[in-house]
Ligand binder design. Structure first.
Ligand code: AMP
Ligand code: ZN
Length: 499
């Protein structure tokens, strides 16, 4: 039984073989910290957290590098004078770019903690690696894959295409299409070819983030930071590179090109791409309002949902889909996830209450439990298939309930069977899936609060039926004072914490 990974570069599921036995180097593209993370970003980072956790569960020593992008990510193409996202936000708010970076990095870390994701081993920032980026640009030029034009430096994609059959492989784009792809770009004249991309960008007067380099006072292209920071911390060739699948082109394709240009080889053996989170069947987008933040989900303060959902319910919701499939977030599926999460945690609680004086290890129940847990692990070995692994755990719930209500005799099953089930649940639920009991959430107690609010809503309903308006108004007003909103809808009254 060995781990198989769907490798985006070959398009096939491959048996995983690390470069160095027992150790894994994994690089995942992190957030661009110019605004709050949206729940789609969170899905991607939770997916890689589960992959990281599972690799460690298998016994590997993993160095997990996830960067922070704090310079170079433009709102469009470098050659159309598009503005850097962080520099623009700082300009508009009239504060230091590093204040923007600090604010949204803090916000990102807070949200990641609420989702119970593990911290990466190294979290390097692009602005902390400018020297290394300048050195890589120099190396790319020296090896003939880059050229300077008017203070900016471009990667010569045409040269790469002539010399190696790698450009376009990851994203499945045809080289001919890449070569003829033209856009009406302002500085098109600087580039030898439309598919060439900037690796060093001369800063215009607006640009707040700039460094002195041999070609100009400027800043590095976005793709360059990941080539530099991955090779710096993991070596020129490492095991796994991940990110959302919207990064395949141009970001990852260009990263591969840069690594080849600077080091003569492609960086990672396995490329893992997670799929997009949709909202009500459509791609999440800030501009058309089809967007929801983690905080809105945790408080219930959004028109897209009828109530608050806790971080662990959302984590469970993510687990119910394979990382490589799209996942649609809507109120109905979140309610189902909440029920599923509670059912699983309830089964674990029931399991903890069971004990037996019989130590025997070969009872039919013990065999059933052992095989089912083993099957769940095998599902994880099949390209981290969390929905199928979860389904295996659900298969054990009827047995746990029968042991609890006496339909199955606990002493016939034996303590060994109970211990196996507990260990299996704990390993998978807590260690690998990263779930935790909601009451452990320091911001949480959501289930108690939800129960309390149901009681308050019932009492208000009773007061209204009795036409006791002073009491019903008092309930609403007092809740309002403590920042709890009541929403009266056709399906009854729901509540939300005000953000
Ligand atoms: P960004 O901060 O825009 O660089 O994105 C950070 C990560 O979130 C990248 O790996 C993106 O691929 C990923 N991402 C962006 N939008 C979504 C989405 N709707 N669903 C899942 N992942 C996303
Ligand atoms: Zn990247």
């Amino acid at each position: 039984m060995s781990l198989k990974i769907q490798n985006s570069i070959s398009g096939t599921k491959e048996v995983f073989q690390p470069i160095h036995e027992g150790r894994i180097g994994m690089y995942v593209c992190g957030p661009t910290v110019y605004s709050d993370v949206h729940i789609g970003n969170c899905r991607t980072f939770v997916s890689f957290d589960i992959i990281y956790r599972y690799l460690m569960y298998l016994g590997y020593k993993v160095r997990y590098v996830r960067n922070i992008t704090d310079v170079g990510h433009l709102e469009g193409d470098a050659d159309s004078n598009a503005e850097d996202k962080i520099s623009k936000k700082a300009r508009l708010e009239q504060i230091e770019p590093m204040e923007i970076v600090q604010r949204y990095s803090n916000g990102f870390h807070d949200i990641m903690r609420r989702f119970n994701t593990l911290e990466p081993s190294i979290e390097p920032r692009a602005t902390g690696h400018i020297l290394e980026q300048i050195e890589m640009v120099e190396e790319i030029i020296k090896r003939g894959y880059g050229y300077e034009a008017n203070g900016s430096v471009y990667f010569d994609t045409n040269k790469l295409i002539q010399e190696a059959d790698i450009y376009g492989k990851l994203s499945g784009r045809k080289v001919e299409d890449l070569l003829v792809e033209t856009r009406d770009l302002k500085n098109q004249g600087e580039k030898r070819h439309p598919s060439d991309f900037a690796i060093w960008i001369k800063a215009d007067e607006r640009h707040l983030l700039r460094w002195n380099a041999p070609w100009s006072d400027g800043f590095p292209g976005w793709h360059l930071e990941c080539s530099v920071m991955s090779t710096k911390y993991l070596g020129e060739r490492f095991d796994i590179h991940g990110g959302g699948n919207d990064l395949k082109f141009p970001h990852h394709e260009n990263e591969i090109a840069q690594n080849y240009g600077a080091c003569g080889n492609t960086p990672a053996n396995y490329w893992i791409h997670s799929n997009m989170l949709l909202l009500n069947g459509k791609k999440m987008s800030k501009s058309d309002g089809n967007n929801i933040t983690p905080t809105e989900l945790f408080t219930g303060d959004s028109d897209h949902i009828s109530k608050a959902y806790s971080p662990m319910v959302l984590r469970f919701f993510f687990l119910q889909a394979h990382y490589g499939s799209t996942l649609d977030l809507n109120d109905t599926s979140l309610q189902a996830a909440e029920k599923g999460y509670q059912r699983l945690m309830e089964a674990y609680k029931t399991l903890l209450e069971l004990s037996s004086a019989n130590p025997k290890s070969d009872s039919p129940v013990a065999i059933e439990i052992e095989q089912t847990i083993q099957a769940a692990v095998e599902e994880m070995n099949d390209d981290f298939n969390t929905p199928k692994a979860l389904a295996r755990l659900f298969e054990l719930i009827p047995t746990i309930n029968k042991l609890s209500d006496g339909q199955l005799n606990v002493d016939d099953a034996g303590q060994y069977a109970l211990d196996l089930a507990k260990k299996g649940f704990e390993d998978l639920l807590f260690v690998v899936f990263g779930l935790k009991k909601e009451t452990e959430d320091h911001n949480g107690h959501m289930d108690q609060l939800d129960g309390l609010m149901k009681l308050v809503i019932d009492m208000r309903q009773q007061a209204r039926e009795n036409k006791d308006w002073p009491t019903s108004d008092k309930i609403r007003d007092t809740l309002n004072e403590i920042k709890i909103d009541l929403k009266d809808g056709k399906d009854g009254t729901s509540w939300a914490l005000k953000a």
